[in-house]
Design a protein around this ligand. Structure first.
Ligand code: MOS
Length: 704
């Protein structure tokens, strides 16, 4: 078997025939329902909470019921399980109403009256007064390069929220046992949830059991939030002495759970002899009310702030600032889409000003194998961007279209093409894998000769069960149906780390491949066997120091090139994507179909991010777009011709040469999309999403 040859996904039939059990599907005798009372105020002191008369069996749970510490373990631990004396955003969980009837519980929750004393709130990223994280790094001599420049450019770019819009909303069930608390539900990271629950419930790790249920999508949105919800449910279940189930409505999920950080990036670039010699970049991320994952999202965002280009003199400052808005968090790309949009667009603008084609201009700046990275590490492996560009140019007939659309356009419909070049650093930033995660993976061989994969990685629709099973089956020369991969249960699986950062196949897949080789070599017919593998860091790495942002931020990179062709109706502002191309190097695809599906999905999710997914907050700090009629995501009607082409530069430390795949396809879309709209409208743009309103407004102003 060739490892890339497609197989039927492990979860295919259970999902297609409706047998998969999601957390919302569970019911049990005596199970109670929990409804969270969310703050109505962006920032206020809680003066009083007035409860209605609660019928027998109904009660509320708040911070006074927490056995341990009222802090959810994420990176820093400032997110409360239940609100402290003040609320910090419209959505903060003040308490949970719990009872046997779901509707009655909700009705009672809505009758609770909270008396607030309003406090000043920061509702705009530009008005920040608290900086959660402030990082700076650089290389070369930026001042000298700017002093010697022929020309200096300065531009500011803005990006908005993006909602993960997974099919299944957040949900958890907590079950209390005499000496244990069990929580199961929708999640990406069972061991993150376990650590958080242990702290809040003040119990030992062996007294907490976390199980993933079938999960309807994550996209980063189930990296940290499930830890918060699991803690709330666990506290309620312990108080009740009964299982407590909490399932978010779509409105709750959209208003109160994390989304992509809005950003404001200022780029200064120095150009000499037609080359960008320096960049001075200021990155501002809107973190919202609590720090959650902002430090790590910001780190990734600023590390790729200079894109795929060799900018010898570089100064980058990144800040994640507090606002009294919903905490921002992980979303496919993890900080990269914001800065890649900015750097791609600034490069396009400079090329335009210099009268050079942007593709040529950008190619002239692309890093090569052996070059220094932004953080003074190395690109240790081939950089196939020129080949990917070649492939996309040809597949999209790009240059012919670009020339054609460069001719003066006067009709109602205008056309443009755009191209972006990007990477995604595979796996955790810096030494996270070695210092924090220390992944362990196990293989359990049964007497029957069937083999069970024991890892904490979760299938959230991306196909990890299938990919990992293929790797194991391939090494053991077993049919894939003799390799089992159940939804993780922390009582059974070791901590092989979270399902994030495009790491699962590259890191955990390689551990399993090594475990499978050892099992094959020690295979004892008819006996039960257990093989365990531990993460070891590749020895070629230049150590990364987070305090200085120096060294190899990632062991390797996945690369991508996108092209977008667009038609804009200047009367209605309606854009139509005529074609979207992506050529991606994710190393060896461990299943061509799964990878192609990921690439197509990510490409479309990127088109949504660039074009229509608009989410804003009102003057009270509440998210306005809290339903799918107010928050547009691409539907089947919006799917253009998507052309995905794979290119494989094998990574020697990944299984069969595989690198990270999941996040890559979203990252580059805004850059290509905006360049296409700019060509169609013959104007410069500085923000995403570029909505129809923006187009009508911009076009109207330009033609006055
Ligand atoms: Mo992911 S955005 O690293 O959960």
């Amino acid at each position: 078997m060739n490892i890339s040859d497609p197989v039927v996904k492990k979860d295919h039939s259970s999902k297609m025939n409706g047998q998969a059990i999601y957390v919302a599907d569970y019911s049990a005798e005596g199970m109670l329902f929990g409804k969270l009372l969310h703050s109505q105020k962006a920032r206020a002191r809680i003066l009083d909470i007035r409860l209605p008369d609660l019928p027998e069996g109904y009660f509320v749970v708040d911070r006074n019921d927490i056995p341990g510490d009222n802090n959810v373990n994420i990176v820093l631990d400032d997110t409360p399980v239940f609100a402290r004396d003040t609320v910090e955003y419209a959505g903060d969980a003040i308490l949970m109403a719990v009872g046997p009837d779901e509707n009655e519980t909700e009705r009672l929750m809505n009758e609770i009256e909270v008396v607030y004393e309003d406090l000043p709130a920061v509702l705009n990223i530009r008005d920040f007064d608290t900086v959660f994280f402030d990082y700076s790094y650089g290389k070369g001599d930026v001042e000298k390069a700017f002093a010697e420049a022929d020309k200096v450019y300065e531009e500011q770019f803005e990006t908005g929220y993006q909602e993960q819009a997974y099919l299944e909303t957040q949900g958890m069930i907590a079950e209390p046992y005499p000496d244990k608390i069990a929580v199961h539900g929708s999640m990406q990271c069972p061991y993150y949830v376990k650590g958080a629950v242990a702290r809040v419930m003040a119990c030992r790790p062996d007294q907490v059991r976390i199980m993933q249920d079938a999960t309807g999508g994550g996209f980063g949105g189930k990296e940290a939030y499930p830890s918060i919800l699991a803690c709330q449910a666990a506290v309620a279940a312990r108080k009740a002495g009964k299982p407590v189930k909490v399932i978010f409505s779509r409105r709750e999920d959209m208003e109160f759970t994390s989304k992509r950080h809005p950003s404001l990036c200022t780029y200064k670039a120095a150009v000499k002899n037609g080359r960008v010699t320096a960049m001075d970049i200021d990155v501002l991320f809107n973190a919202g009310a609590y720090t959650t994952l902002s430090p790590v999202v910001l780190q990734r965002g600023i590390i790729c702030a200079d894109g795929v280009y060799n900018i010898e003199n570089l100064k980058v400052r990144g800040r994640a600032v507090k606002t009294n808005l919903v905490p921002s968090g992980a979303f496919r790309g993890f900080g990269g889409p914001q800065t890649f949009f900015a750097v791609e667009t600034v490069m396009d603008h400079i090329a335009g000003d210099l009268g050079v084609d942007s593709v040529r201009f950008k190619l002239d700046h692309v890093v090569k194998r052996g070059d220094m990275t932004s953080t003074s590490g190395r690109y240790h492996f081939p950089v196939p961007i020129p080949q990917l560009v070649e492939t996309v140019l040809e597949a999209s007939d790009f240059m012919m279209k670009r020339r054609k659309y460069l001719e003066p356009q006067t009709g109602r419909f205008r056309y443009g093409v755009g191209m972006s070049m990007i990477f995604h650093g595979a796996g955790f930033t810096g030494s996270g894998e070695r210092d924090h995660i220390k992944a362990v993976a196990k293989l359990h061989k049964l007497k029957s000769g069937d083999v069970e994969i024991l890892v904490s990685n979760t299938d959230i629709g991306q196909g990890i069960k299938t990919a990992l099973s293929k790797i194991v089956a391939n090494e053991l020369e077993l049919p894939i149906d003799r390799v089992a991969a159940a939804d993780p249960d922390t009582d059974r699986v070791p901590d092989s780390g979270p399902t994030v950062a495009s790491r699962s196949v590259m890191i955990v897949g390689e551990l399993l491949r090594r475990a499978a080789i050892r099992l094959r070599e020690t295979w004892a017919e008819g006996e039960e066997q257990l093989v365990e593998e531990h993460f070891t860091e590749p020895d070629f790495l230049i150590p990364f120091y987070l305090d200085k942002f120096q060294g190899d931020a990632y062991p390797t990179y996945s690369w991508g090139v996108n092209a977008i062709e667009i038609e804009v109706d200047t009367l209605t502002g309606t854009p139509r994507v005529l074609g979207a191309w992506g050529c991606y190097d994710v190393g060896t695809p461990i299943d061509r179909n799964i990878v192609a599906g990921q690439m197509e999905g990510g490409l479309l999710q990127g088109i949504g991010y660039a074009s229509m997914e608009q989410m804003t907050s009102d003057e009270k700090g509440r998210i306005r777009n809290n339903s799918y009629s107010d928050y547009m995501i691409p539907t089947s009607m919006d799917v253009p011709e998507l052309k995905v082409i794979l290119h494989a530069e094998k990574y020697p430390e990944g299984p069969y040469g595989a690198k990270g795949a999941g996040e890559l396809p979203l990252v580059g879309v805004p850059g290509a999309y905006v360049e296409a709209v700019e060509q169609a409208l013959n104007m410069k743009l500085h923000k995403i999403p570029v909505t129809s309103e923006d187009i009508v407004k911009a076009f109207g102003e330009a033609s006055i």
